[in-house]
Write a protein that binds this ligand. Sequence first.
Ligand code: SF4
Ligand code: SF4
Length: 388
Amino acid sequence: MADPVEEIVAPFPETVEEIREAGGEAFKFCYQCGKCDVVCPWNRVRRFSIRRIIAEASYGLTEIENDDVWRCTTCGTCPQQCPRGVKQVELGVAIRRVASKYDVFTASARPARAVRASLTIDGNPLNEPRARRADWAAGLDVKPFTEGMDLLYFVGCYFAYDPRLKKVAAATADILNRAGVSFGILGEKENCCGESIRKTGAEQLFRSLARENIKTFVDHGVRKILVSSPHCYHTLKNEYPEFMVNFEVVHISQLLLDLVRQGRLRFSGEVRKRVTYHDPCYLGRHNGVYDAPREVLAAIPGLELVEMASARQDSLCCGGGGGRIWMDTPRTERFSELRLDQARDAGAEILATACPYCITMFEDTRAGREDESLPPINDITELVKEAL
Ligand code: SF4
Ligand code: SF4
């Protein structure tokens, strides 16, 4: 007689194999302790179980048409807690690769599929023309990158196109010029870094964006790259080496701290405000950069730094990672709503961060709430510029 358990456990053995091949094989180490679910931010706003997704994957029971496949923001909180080294983020991405292969996208995930066309045609996820990628720099002292400059400023899609975030790119350029850093940009030759689209399972598109960027870097003699986005930082630093290249990559928070320490940024003004700093997942948990942005803020005259209830390794995700920035999330289920409450409860007059997704999510929440008690949002570069 056939073992009834055997019949239940592997109705789709090919799915198990596909997930394994797509990079999710660490699911086999899971012993279902549930620590991942306890720390997952989704469980602050609705029911969601990554533990269950892992169990289903190991039994070949994954339903790729389930919305939960698209829920993980890749925030990196649960891998920190897992006693068995199960790579939940990689597993989730592996399942999305399988869903992408069969072109199965739930209604909430469909916008993430739509951005693939924009990335393929124009190299950005915002449906903006490639030719306008350097428009943010019009009228500013920003030159095209040439070999011999100190660094390439790899601006990133949101800072190049989004009206709110263009101000951050402009502040960055201003600070670099005042500090005497020689830098240039690639303009329309810059592509999206590809980090977030990769997390939605579009592996080939990621590889093609990365290859084009790498070719452009090599053709221009780039050695050191400055980025404003933790997502660009993560992929250029940790994922582009998969293509056998190694560029020096620095996040703006790290460069600002260097400039402050070298005495190249002299503050003549002040920001007399109580400020709290939100750790972006891809700067903090994924890359361990917790101190540089705080030290930069602390160096600004008049600024008082306060911490929120969830900080550093325990920082609460904004909800925009893993391609969720492009997906539909009901307001009642947005982590950013909770984060703004935490900032207000910490007594902050400004919520500072260093990531375009965090700023986008927080600005959207603040605009939607119309609650004067919620603090305004700033990138750390904007506060530095204000005090120069
Ligand atoms: S914390 Fe790790 S071992 Fe425990 S249920 Fe989650 S994935 Fe499995
Ligand atoms: S990485 Fe973050 S969002 Fe994804 S399952 Fe783990 S805790 Fe939840």
